[in-house]
Structures are given as structure tokens and as C-alpha cells.
Design a protein around this ligand. Structure first.
Ligand code: KG4
Ligand code: ZN
Length: 341
């Protein structure tokens, strides 16, 4: 039987990405064209700029993915595309490219949920079925806990009531004058700082409900860094050491909360597997602490390598399962931009 190839396309936020994955989950190519440089000076993603950049890049990125995989369009079995959630203008570029290819090549078109892709990235490196598991997706837009079933159904069991963890990293970086995206720059700066310097609030850590909140933490960092307008005494000047201490204390706080809530979810539902995905899962301290916690708890821990945690198209290989179950989309497929659960 000849090899079967899936072309996966991802354009939900500010990464234009395409990948070729075989049916046995080998990643033959995984091209990611990041727009970080375009959005950097705004300290966050500007939707209009993102859509225009996707439009310019989508065809070259697909072309690169095929070339690097050493295949041509005619060898493809199916086309997958992330259609939710994300920025509407960004999603539409990927969807339009995917539809055009599916139509002209007469191939099945498969819609993928970007968040489910983040969790599936963990399964891709495993040789045995990973689910059932508790899943955590920590990204720029989401801090969600899931039940992940054997049949790849994902049920939301907890979420943030305000900012996502990645969003907090990005906003705190902006407060501290560190470059965008905030996650990597805070991680780097935190390495020189004292994580115990500032005892920031661990919101909801002891709360019986599975929920997160990071907006109070962001304000706490703001006040500690630049002062509270209502306070009589203002903080000392922001030296390099103080910035490093703030970054380290902030990172420590987020990691404490994420690890604590994962432990709580595992205990609450009696699961013995944890999988973690999304951009913040690239964080070295979080990876280390989750590994320690699960080790102590006797829980199997799966986390994708950092380049499969941040946005990419390879994780859309969950489409192979959709295809097996006959979940093929028609050409009137639309995007679902909102934070749909
Ligand atoms: O999954 P992702 O690439 O895009 C979304 O779906 O949102 O996640 C991006 C987020 C950003 O907020 C970024 O600051 C964060 O992931 N991030 C990190 C690290 N690398 C990326 N956060 C903490 N530590 C990192 N090393
Ligand atoms: Zn993502």
C-alpha cells in the first residue's frame, strides 16, 4: 500500500504554518512562518496585519512544506485546516487555501479544532494511546483543562475567568519593558532573578473549583514594578535586577498555579495520565515542575517538544482520526472564530 500523506494548514493567529504528516504520524515537514517581527512594536497581535501577512505567506509556506517532505500535490490523501478558534481574518486565509486545494485536487477536506490540536501534539510523540487523560492547554488565548477521551473527545472541565496564562506573560513582559512575545523573554530574564523576591497572589490555587485567574496577578506585577496610583509610597526604580526578580516571581507564581490545578484535576477525576500543550507549555520551569509533580503522584506525563507546543500545523494531524470516522467537511465549511468550547 503506498504511503498516505496529509497536508495540514494552520493560520489561526500570527503563525502561517503548513505540515506534511504520514498516516503513521511521522512529521515529514513542519514549516512555521512567524509574524512576531510584524507585531512586536505593538506588543501584541494586530488582526489586520496578521491577515495580510497570512495572505502573502500561505502559498510559499505550503510549497515549502511539500518540498521539504519530498512530495507533490498529487501524492496527497487529504487536506486538514484549523478552523477554530482564532482570529476570523487569519482563519479565513488558511481555510480558503485548504478549500481551493481540496476542490481542485478532489481530496477530502478536514476541519480541525486548534485547541484539540494542541492536546493531540502530545499523542503524536507516543507509541501507545495516550488518552484517557486530563489535558491542559496553556496558550496566548486559553488556559483550559479537559477530559480527553479514548475516542478523541475533549470536554472542558476548567478555564480562566479572565486572562489566559500566555496573555499574562505577554502583558507582564510589556510592563517590564521586555520584548514580545513575553513568554520566552520572561523565561530568559527570570533566569537571573529571585523567584521568591515578590510573593504574588496564587489566585484560586486553593479554590475547590477548577478555575484560573491571571488578571489580578498582572495588576500586582504592575503595581510592584511601576507603583500603585493610589499608594503614598512608590516603588524603587526599575533596575535590571528588579526586573529579573519580578519576572522570576511572576513565572514562579504562574507555574505554581498551573501545576497545582493540574494536580487537583487529576485527583478530582482519578486520572493517571496528564498531557499538556500550547505555547506556554514550552516554558522550561513549567515542564520541570509538572514532571516533578506527576512523578511524585505516579501519573504518566506527556508534553510535546517546545516546537510542537507553540502554534504549528503538524498538530492538525488529529485530522487522520476525523477522516477514519468519516468526519469530512463540505466545501461550504466556515470558520468559528470565537472561543468556542
Ligand atoms: O499556542 P501559542 O503559540 O498560540 C496561541 O494559540 O495562543 O501560544 C502563544 C503563547 C504566547 O502568549 C507566548 O508568550 C507563550 O505562548 N509562550 C511562552 C513560552 N513560549 C511561548 N510562555 C512561557 N514560556 C515560554 N517559553
Ligand atoms: Zn495555539
Amino acid at each position: 500500500r503506498p504511503e498516505e500523506y496529509l497536508l495540514a494548514i494552520e493560520s489561526s493567529c500570527d503563525e502561517t504554518a503548513a505540515a506534511v504528516i504520514t498516516r503513521d504520524m511521522r512529521i515529514l515537514s513542519n514549516i512555521v512562518s512567524s509574524q512576531t517581527d510584524l507585531h512586536e512594536k505593538f506588543g501584541g497581535v494586530v488582526p489586520e496585519i496578521a491577515s495580510r501577512a497570512h495572505l502573502e505567506r500561505i502559498l510559499p509556506v505550503i510549497d515549502d512544506a511539500l518540498k521539504q517532505a519530498g512530495i507533490t500535490l498529487n501524492q496527497l490523501t487529504a487536506i486538514a485546516v484549523a478552523t477554530e478558534p482564532g482570529l476570523v481574518g487569519s482563519l479565513l486565509i488558511g481555510l480558503t487555501a485548504a478549500k481551493t486545494l481540496a476542490m481542485t485536487l478532489d481530496l477530502p477536506l478536514i476541519a480541525v479544532n486548534h485547541i484539540e490540536g494542541h492536546l493531540f501534539a502530545c499523542q503524536m510523540q507516543e507509541t501507545r494511546p495516550l488518552f484517557p487523560a486530563i489535558g491542559l492547554v496553556v496558550s496566548g488565548g486559553h488556559t483550559n483543562l479537559y477530559h480527553c477521551s479514548e475516542s478523541f473527545e475533549f470536554k472542558l472541565i476548567g478555564a480562566t475567568i479572565d486572562d489566559a496564562a500566555g496573555e499574562a506573560f505577554d502583558k507582564v513582559a510589556k510592563i517590564l519593558g521586555l520584548p514580545y512575545p513575553g513568554g520566552p523573554s520572561i523565561q530568559k530574564t527570570a533566569a537571573q532573578g529571585n523567584p521568591k523576591a515578590f510573593p504574588f497572589p496564587r489566585t484560586f490555587l486553593k479554590d475547590p473549583e477548577l478555575r484560573f485567574s491571571f488578571s489580578g496577578l498582572k495588576t500586582a506585577v504592575l503595581y510592584a514594578a511601576l507603583g500603585n496610583p493610589g499608594a503614598k509610597q512608590q516603588p524603587p526604580p526599575l533596575t535590571e535586577q528588579r526586573i529579573a526578580d519580578l519576572a522570576a516571581s511572576f513565572q514562579e507564581t504562574v507555574v505554581d498555579v498551573l501545576v497545582g490545578k493540574c494536580r487537583q484535576a487529576l485527583e478530582k477525576f482519578g486520572y493517571s495520565t496528564l498531557c499538556v500543550g500550547g505555547g506556554v507549555a514550552a516554558n522550561a520551569l513549567l515542564r520541570e515542575r509538572l514532571a516533578e509533580m506527576t512523578d511524585k503522584a505516579g501519573v504518566y506525563f506527556s508534553i510535546a517538544p517546545p516546537d510542537l507546543c507553540t502554534d504549528n500545523a503538524a498538530m492538525a494531524a488529529i485530522a487522520w482520526h476525523h477522516l477514519d470516522q468519516g468526519r469530512v467537511a463540505s466545501l461550504d465549511l466556515d470558520v468559528t472564530p470565537g472561543l468556542v468550547r
